[in-house]
Design a protein. Structure first.
Ligand SMILES: [Fe+2]
Ligand SMILES: [Fe+2]
Length: 311
């Protein structure tokens, strides 16, 4: 699945990478030229940010604006979105068993404590949003912890990283973009939200982040492979959940997400057409989760100094 999907999915995203590169590169070249000229004429070169600001100023009215800060990420064709399916990697050996058991237990506890029912036609829009918003605040943790750990390892051991750090940071940012996108549908800081009061939601996020960040960091120091396998299985679960959500949009209790316009930030990020709906956004998020699943299952099978084949 991964080897077939990834090159196809990553091809269109070159557009995004090129878009960023087109913005950054002229600034870099011009800055070099300005420094060179300044050294000749003995004048002070302008501050780098001033040069970059001047060179990147356009009429782009995107919500992330032309000086986009987003990292490399996939952009999908309609066929690729439709082709995304739930897959499960067979559990083999001790590490896989630990990782899969942890995901199963954590999911069961979370589902039970939040009253989640793993069926279509039951969850309301508010219940879906509560669940998605909370879980996306957690989903952005593993990539950042892993990227940070490998960055520190590279510094500590005076060794190169072999291309893992960027992939991991891209995953973390991609999860944060999921959160920012769904926040456009409902702001979790709204006190009038009947299901989750603002302070309760924020306290839950704070507590979970504090516990999960440190737990995952310690685990990553002990066994990075098990951690990547854990994320691989976690993302399998995410693909399953978003598939149920899509079914609820298409035939269940939240049909209007099939006609509600996609938030602008999502249309820009996934390069969606102007008439894109929230359903299209959920489909893109599901494809992202499938990419995280495949990527982490690949990384889980590598040694720490193996080159990253996903980069
Ligand atoms: Fe996500
Ligand atoms: Fe994910």
């Amino acid at each position: 699945m991964f080897l077939r999907r990834l090159p196809i999915n990553r091809l269109p995203s070159v557009r995004v990478a090129s878009f960023s590169a087109a913005i950054v590169r002229p600034a870099t070249v011009s800055l070099t030229a300005l420094r060179f000229n300044a050294s000749i004429t003995n004048q002070q070169a302008p501050h780098p940010k001033a040069v970059k600001d001047a060179l990147t100023k356009t009429d782009d009215k995107s919500p992330l604006n032309s000086k986009d800060y987003v990292l490399f990420h996939p952009v999908y064709s309609p066929e690729e979105l439709a082709a995304t399916k739930y897959t499960h990697r067979e559990v083999k050996g001790v590490q896989d068993t630990i990782a899969f058991s942890l995901v199963t237990i954590m999911r069961a506890v979370f589902d039970y404590s939040t009253g989640y029912v793993d069926k279509t036609g039951i969850m309301t829009e508010k219940q879906w949003l509560n669940r998605i918003l909370f879980l996306e605040t957690v989903a952005g943790v593993p990539g950042m912890v892993a990227g940070m750990s490998r960055h520190m390892r590279s510094l500590r051991l005076l060794r190169r990283d072999h291309g893992w750090i960027h992939t991991l940071l891209e995953e973390a940012e991609n999860e944060r973009m999921h959160l920012l996108t769904f926040m456009k549908l409902k702001n979790p800081h709204d006190f009038d939200w009947p299901d989750i009061r603002g302070p309760f939601f924020r306290a839950a996020v704070l507590l979970t982040q504090g516990v999960f960040f440190n737990f995952y960091f310690l685990c990553y120091l002990l066994s990075p492979q098990t951690c990547h396998r854990f994320v691989g299985y976690l993302e399998e679960s995410a693909v399953h959940t978003y598939t149920l959500c899509l079914k609820d949009i298409e035939e269940g209790r939240i049909k209007h997400w099939g006609t509600q316009p996609a938030p602008e930030i999502a249309r820009f990020y996934w390069q969606l057409p102007d008439n894109a709906t929230v359903r299209d956004v959920v489909a893109a998020v599901r494809s992202d989760e499938a990419d995280h699943r495949d990527t982490n299952h690949v990384l889980a099978g590598l040694k720490a100094d193996d080159p990253n084949p996903v980069a």
